[in-house]
Design a protein around this ligand. Structure first.
Ligand SMILES: NC(=O)c1ccc[n+]([C@@H]2O[C@H](COP(=O)([O-])OP(=O)(O)OC[C@H]3O[C@@H](n4cnc5c(N)ncnc54)[C@H](OP(=O)(O)O)[C@@H]3O)[C@@H](O)[C@H]2O)c1
Length: 331
């Protein structure tokens, strides 16, 4: 599969590096795109990528690109992905998929019309330990799921220009870090039917620390916390009536986990995959595109929209709107 990467920042760089760990030529980056030719040239030189574009429009028009990876800040995901879809490209969009559910629904409609593949880059779901955990859940080995307890916290130096603090760049803990715990809860328990949230703002007005309780129809609950003010445990636990499953810190990166039976017996599942782990999702993209599918059953678009709806509701409750959104949320 021939990839075009839009954006030249942190995650675009990690993505290109991680794809390099795949068996020879399975997925290769053939083009990079930036707002500036200099940046495109710099990343092209660094990784030996021949096609460099000083505009998104240039990259999406490249006939050698099969699939576009959108690695711009969240408020730009919708516009960037739209260009790619309308150019007939398959698209993988960094998390969060968009700024809100309305934008997500719009992209899904556009991809349906274009007949192209579309997926949220919730890369953690495709990591080997997460795939195993989904298999364990499917067997019912943990019994009835009572709760999911997960946190994602990182410390960032306060800087109003830094993406995570800047409202105009979709800053805040929830959309950037909290998406991992919301998506994890969704993977285990499905959509919530009740949402309760509380939040502490950062100095720029975006959310610094947000806690969410989700109630699910089957009786399961999720207790989730996210912060950009501290390094938290970054653990996730699935508590079932028969056993609980504890993922080592950092739970959303390649990692090991334990299944602990009700009587205390521990089964350890060790993993030590190298690299960041972004490449596993690209194998899913390649397989689905090869079979002519328009989405992935492992990260379906309906679930991506539901996750954005959950985060819209949390933001509604904590009073967080972004500059590009009209009141109440963009239709
Ligand atoms: N999967 C993960 O583990 C992970 C980790 C971090 C971030 N992310 C996600 O990836 C996306 C990008 O995050 P990042 O950390 O890579 O951000 P970043 O380092 O700030 O890079 C974002 C890139 O987007 C491009 N861009 C386009 N329009 C922009 C604008 N108006 N302002 C700033 N940059 C703009 C820039 O590239 P040019 O200057 O070349 O145009 C910039 O380098 C976010 O949605 C984030 O949630 C995912």
């Amino acid at each position: 599969l021939r990839w075009g990467v839009l954006g030249t920042g942190f995650i675009a760089t990690e993505f290109i590096k991680d794809l390099g760990l795949l068996p020879g030529g399975e997925s290769i980056v053939v083009a990079v795109g930036s707002r500036k030719q200099d940046s495109a040239d710099a990343i092209g030189d660094r990784f030996g990528i021949a096609a460099r574009y000083g505009s998104c429009e240039g990259l999406v028009a490249d006939p050698n690109v099969d699939v576009v990876y959108v690695a711009t800040p969240h408020p730009m995901h919708h516009a960037t992905a739209l260009l790619a879809i309308r150019a007939g490209k398959h698209v993988l969009i960094e998390k969060p998929f968009t700024l809100n559910a309305a934008e997500a629904r719009d992209l899904v409609r556009e991809a349906e019309t274009a007949g192209t593949f579309l997926m949220e880059a919730m890369w953690s779901r495709f990591l080997p330990h997460m795939v195993e955990i989904q298999d364990i859940l499917a067997t019912g080995r943990l019994g009835k799921i009572v709760s999911v307890i997960a946190d994602h916290g990182q410390w960032f130096a306060e800087d109003p220009k830094f993406r995570l603090f800047a409202p105009e760049l979709g800053g805040g803990a929830l959309l950037d870090l909290g998406i991992y715990v919301v998506s994890f809860a969704s993977m285990v328990l499905g959509p919530p039917n009740k949402i309760r949230a509380a939040s502490e703002p950062a100095f720029t007005g975006v959310d610094a620390t947000t806690s969410v309780i989700l109630q699910h129809a089957g009786g399961g609950q999720a207790v989730l916390n996210t912060t950009l003010s501290a390094e938290s445990s970054n653990r996730a636990v699935i508590v079932g009536t028969e056993a609980r499953l504890e993922i080592d810190s950092v739970f959303y990166r390649p990692n090991s986990y334990s299944v602990i039976d009700r009587d205390g017996e521990v089964q350890r599942h060790e993993h030590n995959e190298p690299g960041f782990g972004l490449r596993f999702q690209t194998q899913e993209v390649a397989l689905r595109i090869a079979e002519g599918a328009r989405e992935s059953a492992a990260m379906p678009l309906s679930e991506t929209i539901q996750i954005m709806e959950t985060m819209d509701e949390v933001r509604q409750q904590i009073g967080l709107r972004y500059p590009s959104e009209r009141d109440p949320l963009r239709p």
